[in-house]
Design a protein around this ligand. Structure first.
Ligand SMILES: Cc1cc2nc3c(=O)[nH]c(=O)nc-3n(C[C@H](O)[C@H](O)[C@H](O)COP(=O)(O)OP(=O)(O)OC[C@H]3O[C@@H](n4cnc5c(N)ncnc54)[C@H](O)[C@@H]3O)c2cc1C
Length: 424
């Protein structure tokens, strides 16, 4: 049951979100009693927005559109590859959002935005009217970016960059590989979902191989020349998996030109590499719903105003999470959750005819290197007054001599907290 917040409760929640006291007040909430917000996408971004709009103003009707009956969390999915977790442990259903936040969850795929009439058409023929629309479709892959690696190829050589059957395909191939085999990961150029994710994946595959196939090796073919938390990963690999992980940056390899899923070979500008298990993480773009509805730019991602995450291309439509351009924030579940809270408050304010306040956004990303060894990176972000860019005001990383077991403990707690905060 959703209870309406009194003034003190509203201000307390606002303060927790880093919001100013001149935000929408309970007295103003009457104006929104018939307003309807529709949210496309029930991942970390969409679920959090839906939940926080209802918390801030239960007068607003919120409908969440998501084709899957449950969310499979990407955070934690590298642990499935290491064998510490089961895929089912990552599943979150929408029961709490339905029951505790009284959000209507429609199991359907959103198809078309008719912004003139403020109607969202669903693939099954249904139609939903909205006053504000939030779009959080995550990512899709650029299937034309690497010769030889399209959707059909991904059914044999996994990307495992969306949790689910792809995670299991890669996990089963790792299990079937003989000891002494070579596991190869390809990593795209930025921007892509979860910048440190490929290196966490290499670490956790190394953890599995060390226990079960200790003569094996991991090669990372990277389209970049440096990566997130690099010094911390190198230090951890030296301590935990000496000689097991080789990182080959684009400086020495050149870019990836071709993948052959029959022979499991990757051709770079300078070399050809053969793997026993190949994991291709392809270049990415905003979820195709964004592109099909004119929300993304030529680069494939969605430009937004940072005070409200309203699209700069389509008024009354907000885009959050991996799909939006929020550089220098990384594309992470933490960022999506932080953006969602700013977006939720901005929508409540806009529906109450108030101007959204400038945002304060945060990201804090943990990476596991072993069950009892983790590292992290943090950033706090604000928008500039003059040209309305997003900038990092504070950044930091785990110190080299930190207690990595303690970080691993915090990382596990964070996974639980963000699930609860996003999905109720
Ligand atoms: C291996 C891996 C590990 C990661 N680890 C971490 C971590 O430790 N910490 C962290 O912060 N982040 C991590 N991430 C990143 C994190 O998963 C993403 O940044 C986050 O999920 C983005 O949230 P989102 O809501 O934008 O997208 P998603 O969570 O992908 O949600 C998008 C939703 O939209 C739905 N959708 C798409 N199209 C439509 C449509 N037309 N109609 C209706 N619904 C639609 C999809 O079904 C999906 O449920 C990791 C990612 C990977 C791949």
């Amino acid at each position: 049951m959703t209870r309406k917040l009194n003034r003190r409760g509203f201000l307390k929640l606002g303060a927790l979100l880093g919001l100013s006291a001149c935000s929408a007040s309970p007295a103003k909430q009457a104006a929104t009693s018939k307003a309807r917000v529709v949210v496309v996408g029930g991942g970390y971004g969409g679920a959090t927005t839906a939940r926080y709009i209802r918390l801030l103003d239960p007068g607003i009707r919120v409908t969440l559109v998501e084709p899957n009956p449950r969310n499979l969390s990407c955070p934690g999915s590298n642990e499935v590859l290491a064998g510490w977790r089961k895929l089912d442990d990552l599943a979150i259903d929408y029961a709490h959002l339905r029951q505790n936040a009284e959000i209507e969850v429609v199991t359907a795929q959103a198809a078309r935005i008719d912004n003139k009439n403020r109607v969202l058409a669903l693939k099954d023929g249904g139609k939903l009217h909205y006053d504000r629309l939030v779009v959080a479709p995550g990512i899709d892959f650029r299937w034309d970016a690497i010769a030889g690696y399209d959707f059909a190829a991904s059914q044999r050589v996994a990307h495992a960059w969306k949790a689910g059957p792809q995670t299991m395909l890669l996990r089963n191939q790792l299990r079937a590989m003989p000891d002494g085999g070579v596991v190869m990961l390809t990593v795209p150029a930025a921007p892509y979902r979860c910048p440190p994710g490929p290196y966490e994946r290499a670490s956790l595959i190394a953890n599995y191989l060390q226990r079960c196939k200790p003569r094996s090796k991991i090669i990372i073919l990277d389209a970049k020349t440096q990566f997130s938390k690099q010094a911390l990963f190198f230090e951890g690999w030296k301590t935990l998996y000496p000689g097991m992980i080789e990182w080959l940056p684009s400086e020495s390899e050149g870019l990836i030109e071709q993948v052959n899923v029959d022979t499991l070979t990757v051709t770079t500008h300078f070399n050809e590499h053969r793997a026993d298990v190949l994991n291709v993480i392809p270049p990415q773009k905003a979820g195709s719903f964004a592109e099909e509805n004119g929300l993304s730019d030529a680069g494939g991602w969605c430009p937004v105003d940072f005070d409200s995450f309203e699209s700069t291309l389509l008024p009354r439509v907000h885009v959050i999470g991996d799909a939006c351009i929020a550089y220098p924030m990384p594309k992470s579940a933490f960022s999506a959750n932080s953006q969602a809270k700013i977006c939720a408050l901005a929508i409540v304010n806009l529906l109450n005819e108030r101007t959204p306040s400038p945002p304060s956004l945060i990201n804090h990303c943990y990476s596991f290197l072993a069950p009892d060894y983790a590292i992290s990176i943090t950033g706090v972000y604000a928008r500039t007054t003059a040209d309305k860019r997003l900038i990092a005001t504070t950044t930091g990383e785990t110190p080299m001599n930190a207690d990595h077991a303690q970080e691993a403990h915090l990382a596990k707690n964070w996974q639980e907290h963000i699930r609860k905060d996003s999905f109720g």
